[in-house]
Design a protein around this ligand. Structure first.
Ligand code: UGA
Length: 439
């Protein structure tokens, strides 16, 4: 099938290459000429494991091209809208201008029988509005909502092997037409028996925001327990293990630490609250405000813990920050808890050096006043304290003995509860972590 993918960020670029991998003929369209040039050359503009290989393979097959010209989307039967919906400046609500612009730009190239498929995360009610726009302007063209659940760091795997497909469909015979087209696009995934949920637009839109809100709540729940553990001397890691054995609860997303960041969870819970307010149902989501508060408090607590460990003052102390990306296996620094803490430490007088295996370049661009290093050893040279704020494998596997030789004081603050405490303590380090008492 001929397919266009509008918007070539994490979501769109991976989706475009994955659709080509499934055998379709795909054009990825983006207004950013530099991004399009880089993708067309086979050079991923972001760090995503496995994506470089997939991109190279699908470009070489001749089934995948990229363009800055919307006219190149003409002739495609299905058009995926994969543009961003960031938080509005100074407001909680989502900024829909890119979704609206992309849909509008598609109108002149749409033909009767084409299907526009929204994948962006949008406030409930958006799809119905866009469907009116599409059907009003291009008789016979339809719209479906098909939210995406990919995680950065696992984007390729999540796109080609999703754990479910959600189709938000128009009513009646149009719904059957849209379903048939989506089934054809995802034929290999559907045949594998992947669970499929078909619904109206509003449910499909809400599935995405509800899923991200649940995940955010789960993380903030365990981080609230971490606060209590700090007050009582209990251990949040053991607590998470113990409650996680109950498979109604589950151990996944119960890692206490610095909390959630990134381009999705924080802005999605806020946009969800804003939308609930507009709908007169704000009470239903007031708990998300607390989820957000708990999450932000962890960053402040991390800075306090660093001060405590540095004998009560950060002034002039050399602090190494290992990790800048919002999570490992990503170079994404949007709302990164690690960089937020690094900046606060610097503002309080510490001499901060940040390192990350993939995100230094992005960080330097956005936080030019911080000091950066190429390796953990370089960052930690003569350090008074080391903070692991993103749990990259490289940091989890550091040798505490060897690493101890570069620092001034062996003080380790594990912001992600990711290190083997016994190993570090055996090597003479003072080990501190969120939600766990000092030895
Ligand atoms: C999230 C969702 O997990 C995806 O399902 C969704 O498709 C995506 O948003 C999206 O809306 O596009 P992502 O932002 O890539 O994916 O990252 P997550 O793996 O969810 O991690 C989010 C944050 O939570 C990270 O900062 C991570 O360090 C933190 N986290 C995660 C914890 O603090 N504890 C945990 O136990 C798990």
């Amino acid at each position: 099938m001929k397919i266009s993918v509008i918007g070539c960020g994490y979501l769109g670029a991976v989706h475009a290459a994955s659709m080509a991998e499934l055998g379709h003929e795909v054009v990825g369209v983006d207004v950013d000429a530099a991004k399009v040039e880089s993708l067309q050359r086979g050079a991923p503009p972001f760090h995503e494991p496995g994506f470089g290989e997939l991109l190279g393979r699908t470009l070489a097959s001749g089934r995948l091209t990229f363009s800055t010209d919307f006219a190149d989307a003409a002739g495609s039967r299905v058009h995926f809208v994969c543009v961003g919906t960031p938080q509005k400046r100074g407001e909680y609500a989502a900024d829909l201008r890119y979704v609206e612009a992309a849909t509008e730009a598609l109108l002149p190239v749409l033909a009767s029988g084409d299907l526009v498929v929204g994948k962006s995360t949008v406030p409930v009610g958006t799809a119905a509005r866009l469907a009116e726009m599409v059907e009003g302007k291009v008789p016979g063209a339809l719209l479906a909502w098909n939210p995406e659940f990919l995680r950065e760091g696992f984007a390729v795997q999540d796109t080609l092997h999703p754990d479910r497909l959600v189709y938000g469909l128009p009513a009646g015979a149009d719904g059957d037409t849209a379903r048939a087209l989506l089934d054809e696009v995802y034929a290999q995934i559907v045949e594998r028996g992947t669970p499929k949920v078909e619904s109206d637009y509003a449910t499909a839109e809400m599935v995405k925001t509800a899923a991200n809100s649940f995940l955010a709540t789960k993380i903030s729940f365990i981080n609230a327990m971490a606060e209590l553990c700090e007050a009582t001397g209990a251990d949040v890691k053991l607590l998470a293990d113990a409650i996680g054995y109950d498979d109604r609860i589950g151990r996944k997303f119960l890692n206490a630490g610095l909390g959630f960041g990134g381009g999705c969870l924080p802005k999605d819970i806020r946009a969800f609250m804003a939308r609930a307010g507009e709908l007169g149902a704000d009470q239903a989501l007031t708990f998300l405000k607390e989820v957000d508060n708990i999450n932000m408090r962890r960053r402040i607590r991390m800075v306090e813990l660093a001060r405590e460990v540095c004998d009560g003052s950060l002034l002039g102390k050399r602090v190494a920050v290992l990790g800048a990306a919002f999570k490992p296996d990503s170079d994404d620094i949007r709302d990164s808890p690690a960089l937020n803490v690094a900046a606060q430490l610097q503002l309080q007088g510490a001499v901060v050096r940040v390192t990350d295996p993939a995100a230094v370049e992005n960080s330097r661009r956005q936080w030019p006043h911080l000091d950066y290093a190429d390796s953990p050893e370089e960052a930690a040279e003569q350090a008074d304290a080391v903070l692991v704020l993103t749990e990259w494998r490289q940091y989890r596997e550091l040798d505490p003995q060897e690493f101890g030789k570069v620092v001034r004081s062996r003080r380790m603050l594990d912001g992600r509860n990711a290190l083997d405490r016994d190993l570090w303590e055996a090597a003479g380090w003072t080990y501190r972590a969120l939600g766990r008492r000092a030895t």
